[in-house]
Structure formats: C-alpha cells, structure tokens
Design a protein around this ligand. Sequence first.
Ligand code: ZN
Length: 242
Amino acid sequence: MGVKITWIGHGSFKVETETQKIIYLDPWIKGNPASKLSLDSITKADIVCVTHGHIDHIGDSIEIVKKTGAVFIGTPELAFYAQKCGVPTEGGDLCPLNIGGSCVVKGIKIIMTNAVHTSDIMVSEKDVVAGSGSCGYIIVTEGNVRIYFAGDTGVFGDMRLISDLYKPDIAIMPVGGKYNMGIREAAYAAYLVKPEIFIPMHYGTFPDQKADVEELKKMVSAWAPFTKVVVLNPGESFEYEK
Ligand code: ZN
C-alpha cells in the first residue's frame, strides 16, 4: 500500500502512511464549513502537525492530541501553548521544532520549513495571544514518499531550496488568494518546488477565496509541465505509490 492523502477541507488534511500511521495536518474540524468529519469520529492519530495559530489551522489539533496521544508538532510557541492547554510534555507528546529543524517520530521524518505568512495564536474568535508566525513541513514517510505541506504562504524564492534539498514528490499548496497564494503565484510555486503531484488547498470554503482550478491546471502545464495537478473535493482521497 502507498500513501493515502485525504482533503478534510479548507487547509486540513489526513495522511495515512505505508505502515498505517495517521498524520493530521492543520486539522480544523469544528466549525469548518468544508468538513464533513466530526471530531468524535477521530479516535486514532500518531502525529499532528500545525503550521500556525490562526483558528482555521491550529483548529482542533490540541483536542485531537489530547484524546489520541498523538505527537504535537509546531513551533516552540505553539508547543508551549499546547502544553498550557494540557498536552503532556512527558511521554513525548510534544515535539517543538523551528524552521530548518527536523525530528523523526514513529519512523516518519518531519522537517519544518519557512512560510511567508503572519500569525499570532487565535485562542477563540475574540482572543489572540502572541505567536511566532507560520511554517510549512516536509514529511518523509517510511517508504520515502516526500510530501511538502506549505501551510498558508505567499510564494517565496526559497521554495527552490525546498525543492533542491528535499525533492518533494507531492506538494500541497494554497491557491485561494487573499490570505495566501492565488493560482498565478501557486503555478509559479509549482515551477519552483517541482513536485510530481500538486494538490491545491485553502480555496472554495469561503466566497472571498475561490479558485479557478482549470485555469490553475493550464498555468501549471505551461510553467511546470513535469507537475500534475490533482484536484480533490473535501472528503476525497488521493493514493500515491512510489
Ligand atoms: Zn493563516
């Protein structure tokens, strides 16, 4: 079996690896208009990666970690916040990283990358506490499938570095515009990152962040002909085998 990637909706994904490890990326379940999942249905997780503290990204990550015993991965500030919210530090439930750093959890390598985006931590709709900006991740599975999860970001030149260093097979990148890359920037990002597969995310949830994915496909085929755009609907999965 290969790697199965499910778009929960908006910027949230579930990744199932070759040995059935479960990774949630920015899981926002409660209040996510694009998600058909209920938080109660999530009973098993090994790793939860959080890119930043905006409510649609930190989402339900802490609750999922607390109920499943998964390892929480985020910036030191997000990890500190998770600890204050009751995620135990003992037993390895917290794995803070900083940009350029990495760790291996349950046989899966996680590298924290740069992202160009602002962020404090939105505790609720009303309250904000200091955060530390945003990051992305490279996830290397047990079978050496390399996934670049960009989080929220604008396009930046060092995406070329991410390509050179980690050679992602799959890139999951935002295309909704307004708060991150639109389709033109994302097509250029595909040219920089050079993945085999590009899964667009962070669009279609709200009326002010739509994306013309047919136009995106045309731009990617012009600028990054080696890259295939795989468009998912929320709840849909993509399977990849090396
Ligand atoms: Zn954000």
